[in-house]
Design a protein. Structure first.
Lengths: 724, 507
């Protein structure tokens, strides 16, 4: 099979799995998950083949794998769609295939496959546990299988289809198709337990918030398409086309066409990658089935937003000459930098294990976006890949922790204990060793623990870029954000795994089955190892031992191979200080945390702590200034306008017609036509008849007298007429 | 067979009448026989339309399968029918939706005989409009279509049916008055009602000619608006839309399917068949006004839909929103006829007509399915039904997503093309339309949220009110719609090729 054919086929197995499960196998749990996992495995295998063929190809940047077909007839030409695997999409494909396969396997364990049906479980609600009797006749409550088990696998199949489609697209249209399909899946998966009002609301919130970005993106696509006549990346990113776009000035803020299109497309990314001010959906997305949907939303799908900006990078930088950032780039850099620090501050004050990770995701995506805004293409791509691995690891790890805690909750039967609240945990390292070690690896990678973890290398590269190009504000802000990252990560690890169990439930927590721990083990390998493919050549000591493969390979995507920044010890020192400092602080502050204590930060932070805990009150702000007005406009204004005003006018036409009709009837028809003309004529005749009746005497003499008189008169008249 | 192939259009057109006559002679208590006769005979025009589609040559300019007969010689009107890519698409939509609507009506038990006959007459009326190449014939069919629909709403509708049917009838007829006058003007002026002739003569009028003591441009502008208002009411365009929520809501389920699926398309078809070819200059001149109305329809249709608590009214308002995109595409094309952007906008508009026919008919049917079981359309009385009706729920989510314009389903393709085409011509209006597109998401999700999701309303879970899932007959009604929705979403080439070629040659 040619590589191109193989690429076309990559998204299909999960899509087929979706249809098969929905239409045929949804009653059979084992068959459904086998189909789904099998499909993911097929796509995974295909992706690996494509990836390694891409890595082995010579001058791959100039000669990527491409193939297209005509899709939409437009006038005399066609809109083409096709597939493209170039270096950027090859590495993306690599991490997407891995993480998706891991999610699929993990889901089997997470949804308690093989466990009994729950006692009171309902479709649309999370499983509540089942009672079983052991050999000695003792009653135990154990985890019960998810009531909509098959449906979940159908949904993640469709999700995988969307992600694969997005990655292999050679054009913005199919990229957008994959983008939106994932949007649907995220809606369906966040609202998976749809009977919970909070989950239902979170699903809608995610869909609508990202849709705000999407409509701007659609405009950007329409603009780009009408300006260039194509949506295929490799046709747009030619020197001539980019030059035209960069020199065309639009009436909007004086931006160039390239700048405006990039801005519109970037607003789509703000929605998808949960950047401020459209970040609000992602924390709520944690309503979905705990780890898996969280992971989809935090490790895979949100990466799509950053990937889209990476894809459109030539457009973003079309009128950038290496000195001052263009207006669009400044916006991108600002949004990314602000989001990085903003989300990090919120993460400091969250107690829900998944919410911390959700905000940390927003913050890390902010790092990538900031890097793109500065023009640091490779650094952003590198952080995208490493982050996907270690964040996937962390989310799956947190799911494992929650699963273990749920075990404890079922054991004690105390359902008031929130199994996601880190304050209820503690000491889990002994209960769940595999989860602990892998989570530790992921957490250290997120913090940027020096040299061994992947996160260190990629984050360091972003800081180095900011330093090399003199973006001091960005450098300072991102450094503080990185310090906070290390701090809240260590807080999380300490609260969850160290010390003594703070509740009975934590005491009875239990390690999760192999289907869940195996993916953790795989992902930890990448959370460490993937950093080594991108070590700068001039790094002291170990630079040059391994070639900076990532830079050479991914750099080939661009027309101009980007220069590696010069090595300087200052950003390296910053990286070391913030990572180690943050970790140490987190450990020192939280190592002696006891059950029932307030958070140690609460006192020194004062009212600020509540502000952070309440996420800067953004939800409240939007509810008041956006959602309420929309409801108001819809309900009051449209109904008043349609039913009140427009129908009022129509009814008044009706009334006028009735009035005219009434007028004719009562003022003309009735008195004049009916009474005067109609009845009147009749009355006259009647009256006349009545009067004349007296002439009808029946006597022949009377008739003769009358006849004779007429005859005389007639003769007289005739005589007069003719004789005169 | 030979007769049919030479008289293909008239056979398609009048076969429903023949079927209605046959039904007339079936005793009224033979409900089953009447239903099946109606269904099977409505499949004949569908089969013939598919044959028509297959034997149609998309690359040929002008009309095909033309038939012309003497009709009203004294005023030079002939019975002239024919199809091009535009009308062919609409004919296919009509003959496809009619059998589905009839099958959807199998639950009707009240006066089945007149009901089915009215549906067949309705089909004839709608097909006639799409096929007519003579303005008078066009008008005759235009008006004929009203009558069966009036009776369907008035006799088989729900509580407020008298008001709704009267409003529908009077409003549409009121709009047609100007149309009739304008048609008469053309007929008197050129001594013909033949559309192609008229288009040629009317556009060839010298600019300094005087008609009825007025300059050509004034007369044309007045006649233009007479046409536009008639069609705008039918589409319906904001602010002429208020008959629609009432009529749709009160009509029986199958009536709503055809009303939304086909009848609204008559208006849009009028714009494409008559307004743009007859009034290119006026269309270009007033394109901004049309675009404004279109955007208002898109935005307020969406807001209006979001504001409803009645499921059927919610879907009804969504039609205003979706048909707004059709008019937006038409307005953009009117402004820049002949450009590639205009062609794309028109392709999108025509495809949107077809797509909306599929998804709106489906949505109305699904509302009907739930209404038949619960006897309520109040969204606040439903809720959490998904576990009770999993198959129905899946179909509803699917169809809703088509209506929302989710990529890989049909609505996205057409909306994308409209947005692409009109952005290049009317960027500001197109940008404003995005507000409506955003709100489309809001009202679709509101519908799903209130019906399927959330805590289960226990009322429907037990006893006599226990909700039953969608049955096989109802699935069969939805299946062709869903297949087409998916096929057009993934591979629109087969239908867009015909539309695109027609639009390239027409404009």
């Amino acid at each position: 099979m040619t590589t191109e054919t193989l690429i076309w086929l990559l998204p299909l197995p999960p899509l087929l799995a979706f249809f098969l499960i929905v239409l045929f196998t949804n009653k059979n749990k084992a068959l459904s998950h086998s189909i789904a996992v099998g499909a993911a495995l097929l796509s995974f295998a295909g992706s690996m083949v494509v990836f390694f063929r891409a890595v082995g190809a010579e001058h791959f940047g100039e000669h990527p794998f491409t193939s297209f077909v005509n899709w939409l007839p437009t006038g005399d030409t066609f809109l083409k769609i096709g597939v493209l695997i170039d270096p950027l999409s090859a590495v993306t494909l690599f991490f997407v295939a891995w993480t998706i396969l891991m999610i699929f396997i993990y889901s089997v364990g997470y949804h308690n496959f093989g466990q009994p049906q729950g006692d009171h479980d309902h479709k649309g609600l999370p499983p509540h546990g089942a009672t079983v009797a052991d050999a000695h006749g003792h009653q135990h409550t154990v985890l019960s299988v998810e009531p909509m088990y098959s449906r979940f696998f159908a949904f993640i199949g469709l999700f995988a289809f969307g992600m694969y489609t997005l990655v292999i697209s050679d054009n913005l249209l199919t990229l957008f198709v994959g983008w939106e399909v994932m949007g649907l899946c995220s809606y369906l998966l966040i609202g998976f337990w749809f009977a919970k009002p909070s989950a239902r609301a979170a699903g809608i919130k995610a869909f609508m918030t990202t849709r705000v970005g999407d409509v701007f993106m659609l405009l950007g696509i329409a603009f780009l398409y009408s300006a260039t006549g194509t949506l295929t990346f490799r046709e747009i990113f030619t020197v001539e086309t980019l030059h035209v776009l960069a020199t065309t000035i639009t009436p909007v803020f004086g931006l160039s066409a390239a700048g405006l299109i990039a801005l519109l497309l970037f607003i789509g990314t703000i929605g998808k990658s949960a950047q401020w001010p459209l970040h609000i959906w992602l924390p709520d997305a944690m309503e979905g089935p705990t780890p898996v949907s969280a992971m989809i939303h935090a490790a895979t799908m949100v990466s799509a937003g950053v990937y889209a900006v990476l894809r459109m990078f030539p457009l973003l930088t079309a009128d950038f000459h290496g000195h001052n950032l263009t207006p669009t780039m400044s916006v991108v850099a600002f949004i990314g930098t602000f989001t990085a620090i903003f989300a990090a501050t919120i993460a400091l004050a969250q107690n829900d294990i998944k919410k911390v990770l959700a905000y940390s995701t927003i913050s890390q995506l902010g790092f990538m976006i900031a890097a793109l805004g500065m023009g640091a293409y490779i650094a952003a791509a590198f952080h995208l890949v490493t982050h996907a691995f270690f964040k996937a690891l962390l989310f799956l790890g947190s799911g494992s922790v929650i699963h273990g805690m749920e075990h404890g909750v079922l054991h004690t039967g105390n359902h008031h204990i929130d199994p996601q609240d880190m304050l209820n945990m503690g000491g889990l390292r002994k209960k769940m060793p595999i989860t602990f070690w892998t989570f530790l690896i992921g957490g250290f990678a997120l913090s940027g623990f020096p040299l061994v973890t992947a996160g260190f290398w990629s984050k360091d590269e972003i800081l180095a870029d900011a330093f090399a190009h003199g973006h001091w504000t960005i450098l300072a802000t991102l450094s503080i954000a990185a310090l906070m990252t290390a701090f809240y990560t260590m807080r999380q690890i300490t609260l969850t795994f160290f010390g003594e169990p703070r509740t009975k439930e934590a005491e009875h927590a239990h390690e999760t089955p192999w289907t869940m721990t195996l993916p953790l083990a795989f992902l930890s390998v990448f959370a460490v190892g993937f950093g080594w493919v991108g070590i700068p050549e001039h790094f002291p000591g170990i630079g040059g031992l391994l070639p900076n493969w990532f830079h050479h390979f991914v750099g080939g995507t661009l027309l101009e191979h980007p220069e590696a920044v010069e090595f300087s010890p200052i950003p390296l020192i910053i990286s070391l200080v913030v990572a180690l400092g943050g970790l140490a602080l987190g450990w020192l502050v939280y190592k002696d945390f006891k059950a029932g204590q307030p958070d140690p930060l609460q006192k020194p932070f004062g009212p600020l702590y509540g502000f952070l805990q309440n996420k800067w009150y953004f939800d409240e702000f939007y509810a008041f200034f956006v959602i309420q007005p929309v409801i108001w406009i819809s309900e009051v204004f449209t109904n008043a306008m349609d039913r009140g005003f427009i129908d009022g006018v129509l009814h008044s036409f009706g009334k006028v017609a009735l009035w005219i009709g009434d007028l004719f009837r009562n003022k003309f028809d009735k008195p004049f036509i009916n009474e005067f003309l109609g009845d009147g004529t009749a009355a006259i005749f009647q009256k006349a008849g009545h009067e004349l009746r007296y002439t009808q005497t029946g006597r022949i003499q009377s008739y003769l007298i009358v006849s004779a008189s007429f005859l005389i008169v007639l003769v007289a008249v005739l005589a007069y007429l003719f004789l005169a | 067979m030979d007769f049919i192939s030479t008289h293909l259009l008239t056979t398609i057109l009048f076969f429903p009448v023949l079927a209605a006559l046959i039904i007339l002679f079936i005793p009224g208590d033979q409900i089953k026989a009447i239903r099946w006769t109606a269904l099977l005979s409505s499949l004949v025009p569908l089969g013939l339309s598919v044959w028509l589609w297959l034997s149609f040559s998309a690359g040929t300019a002008g009309f095909q399968f033309e038939e012309q007969y003497l009709w009203y010689e004294a005023i030079h009107s002939t019975f002239h029918v024919g199809v091009d890519g535009l009308s062919l698409t609409m004919v296919l939509l009509t003959t496809l939706l009619t059998p589905l609507a009839i099958l959807a009506s199998f639950n009707i038990t009240d006066r089945v005989k007149p009901y089915m006959m009215l549906f067949l007459f309705l089909e004839m009326g709608m097909l006639g409009v799409f096929m007519a190449l003579d303005l008078l014939i066009f008008f005759v069919f235009w008006e004929i279509g009203l009558v069966p629909m009036y009776f369907l709403i008035n006799q088989w509708g729900s509580a407020n049916r008298n008001y709704a049917s009267l409003k529908f009838m009077i409003y549409t007829m009121g709009g047609s008055l100007g149309l009739l006058l304008a048609i008469q003007l053309l007929g008197v002026l050129f001594q013909t009602y033949d559309l192609q002739e008229l288009t040629r003569l009317w556009n060839a009028l010298p600019a300094d000619a005087v008609i009825l003591g007025l300059s050509v441009s004034t007369v044309k502008a007045v006649a233009f608006w007479a046409f536009v208002i008639a069609f705008a009411i039918k589409v319906p365009v904001w602010p002429f839309h208020t008959w629609l929520p009432d009529a749709h809501t009160e009509a029986p389920t199958a009536g709503s399917m055809l009303l939304a699926g086909v009848l609204l398309k008559l208006g849009a078809y009028g714009f494409l068949r008559l307004v743009l070819p007859l009034y290119p200059a006026q269309s270009a001149q007033f394109a901004g006004a049309l675009a404004f109305l279109a955007v208002m329809a898109i935005i307020f249709g969406a807001f209006g839909s979001f504001g409803q608590t009645d499921f059927k009214r919610l879907v009804a308002y969504s039609s205003i929103n979706h048909m707004g995109f059709v008019l937006l595409g038409i307005a953009a094309a009117a402004k820049a006829v002949g450009t590639l952007d205009a062609t794309i906008a028109l392709d999108g508009a025509v495809l949107q007509m077809f797509n909306h026919g599929l998804s709106a008919a489906g949505m109305f049917f699904l509302v009907g399915v739930i209404y038949e079981r619960t006897h309520t359309r109040d969204l606040n009385k439903l809720g959490g039904l998904f576990p009770l009706v999993p198959v129905y729920g899946t179909i509803l989510v699917f169809t809703s997503m088509a209506s929302l314009g989710l990529p890989t389903l049909n609505g996205f393709v057409s909306e994308f093309m409209v947005v692409r085409g009109s952005f290049a011509i009317l960027p500001v209006y197109t940008a404003l339309a995005m507000i409506g597109l955003l709100m489309t998401g809001a009202y679709i999700l509101k519908g799903i949220k209130q019906v399927l999701h959330g805590p289960l309303n226990e009322h429907w879970a037990h006893g006599e009110h226990k909700l039953t899932d969608i049955n096989l007959r109802e699935i069969i009604v939805m299946a062709p719609l869903m297949v087409l929705i998916l096929v057009i979403g993934l591979w629109p080439m087969w239908i867009l090729d015909v539309i695109n070629k027609a639009m390239t040659m027409l404009f």
